[in-house]
Design a protein around this ligand. Sequence first.
Ligand code: FSX
Length: 312
Amino acid sequence: MSQGKGLLERLERKGFSRRDFMKYCATLTATMGLSSAYVSKVAAALASAPRPPVIWLALAECTGCAESTLRTMYPWIDELVLDIISLDYHETIMAPSGEAAEKSLHDSVTKNAGKFILIVDGAVPTGDDGNFGTMAGKTMLETVKEIGPKAMATICIGTCASYGGLPAAAPNPTQAKSVSEVTGLTTVNIPGCPPNPINLVGTVVNFLLFGKLPTLDDKGRPLFAYGQLIHDQCPRRSHFEAGEFVTSFNSEEARKAWCLYQMGCKGPETYNNCPTVKFNDGTSWPVQAGHPCIGCSEPNFWDKFTPFYKSS
Ligand code: FSX
């Protein structure tokens, strides 16, 4: 797909300025935990670094991960995401279909064996020998087990691929599992239901800048994004410490200011950078909008955190 020469020129042709681009680079640099001295290096990596070939498999999921990655508030960000990688296969957005799509997949795997990044969204159904999920006449289970070991690295986008997520919720009729469980591979996990696309971009840019994937926590998550609890970064935290809790959303004042812990907020158990990065180009995030965190980026989401509106 996109072969990535002259990113800035293409963005400018679409009406997006260098200033927009540098603003995004500054946000990305801060998100990656790098000092502002790296902003120009991040910009250079985005604009000109060689693009790693990427194969993106969509398994059992709701497509929210692709939506959150590709349908951002400013359309040039999806261009950016698609431009920093050489996306050889993504069945939802690629032009070829049927046998031609399948050929693209296998041609890329053969040509780039050991050199491509595999991105997976969605869990892997394993019940009935994997027959709950098939693509091109093969089960998702067969496909991910065949392609995963040939990749240089595997990045799981979303909680489903990372830990099983919603498809693995009880009673888990398809026996859905995470990518690492079925392949035995160590995966880089970017959980969230959906995840924030800037954390994917940060992971790939870390690779472009430093030639390696970012440092991970013990659940496979990049520390730059998942190193702190939501609660520890939450602007409502002072109200938690003062014991001022919202028990119902019955006033605008309560919705805006008070701690949502007694409404079931899972911020004290959930690691993610939502409070600082936010969604929709930094516009807002669930707790800012008055909704408790539901712990969507943690292992065992959904079962562990339901019922959502009850404090644990
Ligand atoms: Fe899961 Fe993603 Fe939630 Fe949906 O691909 S993390 S159900 S937003 O789409 O996998």
